[in-house]
Design a protein around this ligand. Structure first.
Ligand SMILES: CC(C)(COP(=O)(O)OP(=O)(O)OC[C@H]1O[C@@H](n2cnc3c(N)ncnc32)[C@H](O)[C@@H]1OP(=O)(O)O)[C@@H](O)C(=O)NCCC(=O)NCCS
Length: 316
């Protein structure tokens, strides 16, 4: 059995259309000052009407594959975290597998745990790779949350955007620099605080309850994620928290005691892209050269359910 897994490449895709705060001010009663000071978002990307979650996922996966130097036949598992895909079947992972030309016999499934979906999918891929049931997994987070956005509700429509990010993970016999144990869970008592339901098919949340939960519950969970990987906060080189609110990101970062870690702040340009936000921000950090090969990076997602999941990975 392999000893663990590693991330070997990253990729991402965002739709071209940019929606700025100034444009939102013409749609609902809001201001750039409110949005910037409360959540830190300046702009977000919006998918075209005929652009599906599977299209975003495919493009991110295609880039991760191109960046890896591998071919589709080298991938034997596809996992897609998404909460906004409209197709019941084929699921997004199967659509991506078909378009990339992944070989027959490779498991392909979607994981829906809302904004923590990427951490869940990476945790599952790590287990499958360690367990020997796959050698290389393509793991994607992809969302088109704007199709569940009520554009007349200023409390939510300023928050969300569309996009996708991807990583390729492979099994390894090495013992150093392997994916850390996943720290994950759910909070059943808070099942109703973030919703997209059959009755009201628009995203709704109890913003203040979620905010309070993040600032009290996340720091110990993230510390545990770092400890379980055998590291200290001071040795972490980058922190990629789910991009839901810049104030949450900055507040939690300060409390964790990082030394000189880069704090991912892609929310400024992408808004909250749910499951996509972590791989999207991670891919940009790698492509912009802000992290170097072998750097330990802590990823942590949280969101609807409530659910949470994170792990330490090493920069490819
Ligand atoms: C969503 C969030 C930014 C809202 O910020 P908040 O400070 O809690 O804002 P509130 O909803 O309490 O609203 C405060 C006021 O701003 C107003 N407001 C809401 N949206 C506004 C907007 N876009 N522009 C201007 N005013 C707005 C409200 O009407 C309210 O006005 P009132 O005081 O006159 O009633 C914040 O609660 C948050 O980030 N929560 C966590 C979200 C999260 O992490 N989700 C998990 C992953 S998806």
């Amino acid at each position: 059995m392999p000893n663990g897994s590693r991330v070997v490449s990253v990729g991402h895709y965002q739709p071209e259309k940019v929606l700025t705060n100034a444009e939102l001010c013409e749609m609902v009663e809001t201001t750039d000052e409110w949005i910037t000071s409360r959540v830190g978002i300046k702009e977000r990307r919006i998918a075209e009407k005929d652009e599906k979650v599977a299209d975003l996922a495919f493009k991110a996966g295609q880039q991760a594959l191109a960046n890896s130097g591998l071919s589709a036949s080298d991938i034997d598992m596809v996992l897609v975290g998404t909460t906004s895909a409209m197709d019941r079947t084929p699921n997004t992972a199967c659509q991506v597998a078909a378009r990339l030309g992944i070989e027959t016999g490779s498991p392909a499934m979607d994981v829906n745990t809302a904004c923590s979906g990427f951490g869940y999918a990476v945790g599952m891929a790590d287990q499958f790779l360690k367990g020997g049931t796959a050698k290389r997994a393509l793991v994607i987070g992809a969302e088109k949350l704007t199709q569940f956005t009520d554009w007349s509700d200023r409390s939510t429509c300023v928050l969300f955007g569309d996009g996708a990010g991807a990583v390729i993970m492979e099994a390894t016999d090495e013992t150093e620099q392997v994916t850390g144990p996943v720290v994950w869970g759910s909070v059943p008592a808070m099942a109703d605080v973030i919703r997209i339901t059959e009755d009201i098919p628009f995203i709704k949340q109890e913003g203040q309850s979620v905010y309070r939960w993040t600032v009290t519950s996340l720091p110990p969970l993230i510390r545990q994620t770092i400890n379980d990987a055998g590291l200290e906060p001071a040795s972490i080189k980058a922190f990629v928290l789910h991009q839901a609110n810049l104030r949450i990101i900055e507040g939690i970062s300060k409390r964790l005691g990082f030394d000189d870690a880069i704090i991912a702040d892609d929310i400024i340009y992408s808004g909250n892209t749910s499951t996509a936000s972590i791989p999207l921000a991670l891919s940009k950090l790698v492509q912009e050269g802000k992290v170097q090969s072998g750097d330990p990076i802590v990823l942590f997602g949280f969101g609807g359910g409530l659910t949470y999941a994170g792990q330490v990975i090493y920069c490819p």
